[in-house]
Design a binder for this molecule. Structure first.
Ligand SMILES: O=P(O)(O)OC[C@H]1O[C@H](OP(=O)(O)OP(=O)(O)O)[C@H](O)[C@@H]1O
Ligand code: HPA
Ligand SMILES: [Mg+2]
Length: 171
């Protein structure tokens, strides 16, 4: 038996995503920058974030996968690489959640090798309880201590991504 406990409403998500989009719009004024969504989990956050940013930017997507159930396998598989040329450009990696930090640590290594002008991290949820690797998060909509989170793009074994709000999945 699992239970879905509501923790963040659609209105709270909308308000925070709008705030972060405005901060990015101000920080990147007159800069050439690319939002890079990390699939699959970021697809809903990315689509709301990009539409709330008020200045020109481009979008690319990278895919990684490492979770089985609620645990990381520790192996970050790349399921899709980027298409755009990123050398000399400012990039913002857009995540749904930073948990152990392993996915972002692997991605930062990959993106550094492409010689961008800068790399920043934007996440919907920054979750501290299981952090193993230090990741400098530049923009976080929500910081939470613990739980396994689903909805608004986040899944448990590929389910619940379609839920419009954010829930703690309890077992
Ligand atoms: O900080 P970590 O412990 O590495 O966890 C965070 C990563 O795990 C999830 O991806 P997942 O591998 O489940 O792929 P998905 O986005 O397709 O669900 C999530 O979307 C993040 O990318
Ligand atoms: O709490 C989580 N929920 C969904 N996917 C995840 N991937 C890492 N942590 C999580
Ligand atoms: Mg997942």
């Amino acid at each position: 038996m699992t239970n879905l406990i509501p923790i963040i409403s659609q209105k709270e998500i909308h308000d925070r995503v709008t705030d972060i989009a405005h901060r990015i719009s101000s920080d990147y004024k007159n800069k050439d920058f690319v939002l890079i969504g990390i699939l699959k989990g970021s697809f809903i956050f990315l689509s709301d974030l990009t539409r709330a940013i008020t200045i020109d930017h481009e979008i690319d997507l990278v895919g990684t996968s490492s979770y089985s159930g609620t645990e990381t396998t520790g192996i970050i598989e790349f399921t899709k690489k980027v298409d755009l040329q990123l050398e000399g450009r400012h990039i913002i990696l857009v995540e749904d959640i930073v948990d152990t930090g392993r996915t972002l640590a692997a991605l930062i290594n990959y993106f550094r090798s492409l010689n961008p002008a800068s790399i920043k991290i934007c996440t919907l949820i920054n979750k501290n309880e299981r952090r193993e690797l230090t990741v400098a998060v530049d923009y976080a909509c929500f910081t939470i201590e613990k739980g396994f989170i689903v909805g608004y793009g986040l899944d448990y074994n590929e389910k619940y991504r379609n839920l419009p709000a954010i829930f703690d999945l309890q077992f």
